[in-house]
Design a protein around this ligand. Sequence first.
Ligand code: SF4
Ligand code: SF4
Length: 218
Amino acid sequence: MTIAEQQDNNPYDICTWRPETECEGCPLRDRLKCRFRTGDLLHFMALFIGFATPAIIGAIRGGYGWWMLGWFAFDMFFFNVWESRILCSHCPYYAEEGSTLHCIANYGSLKLWRYHPEPMSRTEKVQLWIGLAILSVFPFPFLLLGRQFALAFVAFWGLVLFFWTLSKYTCTQCVNFSCPLNRTPKAFRDEYLRRNPTMRKAWEESGWQMGDVESKDS
Ligand code: SF4
Ligand code: SF4
């Protein structure tokens, strides 16, 4: 892809979607997950599979396999419509031009909404917690009704590892700063916002206050 084509893909001029050559010298390089890396996507998928696989096997063994279609339908709705609007539409990855998402978690999801450079609202954060709770809890009643206690425990442990590992290794470096799970240090957030004027303006209009220290590279 040429530089001109890459810029056509980037109507909000988000640095995540600028040519990677512009990242040279950036102090955030290798400190944020600010550019798509296949390894980050595989890491996310492996963690989710570690939860979903024992849950699905347990439901099938317990005689409740068809109910998992309901879980699948909810997941499709959540990732493509609901979460996509309340969480992902605020993410720099979502700012790329195009109809599908190319990010380190929900890769391939539909982009039905416009990009929202401002932070998530409180209502959106509450909705995210509700959606994540449904996503996490859905299989367990069927595992317990089917008396699949060992697989229920393995699925529960997979769920714990999913959130624990994400929190430790992804949420501390993620560029969707207003997600309630995000733990990226303020100095890194400020530095990223300095490189992204569209986001910075929207964040400051929402009440965000930048720190004093400006990087020599910004
Ligand atoms: S913050 Fe932006 S400019 Fe810096 S490394 Fe990440 S994508 Fe590149
Ligand atoms: S919030 Fe996470 S899942 Fe959504 S676009 Fe950003 S990186 Fe992808």
